[in-house]
Write a protein of this length. Sequence first.
Length: 176
Amino acid sequence: MDNQQKQESVKNHFEQMKALVIGTSLSGKTTIIRHLRPKSTVPILEMDEELKILNKGEYPEDIEYKLKVLTPKIIDKILNRKNIIFFTNTDYFTIDDLLTAKKKGFKIIQLELDLDQLKKRNEYRVKNEGYEDLSKWFKGMLQYQEVLRNKGIVDKIIHADQPVENIVKEIQKVLH
């Protein structure tokens, strides 16, 4: 293979880089995105940002509208991309959506945090940053993550209680 062919091969690899990164609330998705975006040539998008864009700049408060109208539009858009790293909370993508994603060449990466870590992060954010208490959602989020693992949908589990630089490196390894 000559140099031009090698360059085309590398270019095609990056054009076909597709991943869904699924993590519970408080798993560090936003922080990871901040660290990963400057290091990537691939678009890095996130569900909450996309929801705001589709809802005229406001995060949708109507849960039914968010889940039944906006979310399917975003998922369809994401699954038809040639290259993207998309970060999402649990429950937005159904099992069928994720199976479709895998058929389309997406890697499914799961950010994992145990209940104790979620509680600690939640307590800190509520006390120090004025965030809403999310603890009532933890059980459902963790169950969803377990279902994905048990169904064999996840390509890589990354423990989200390590330094963000390590998490970014692990994501990059999965994609290269």
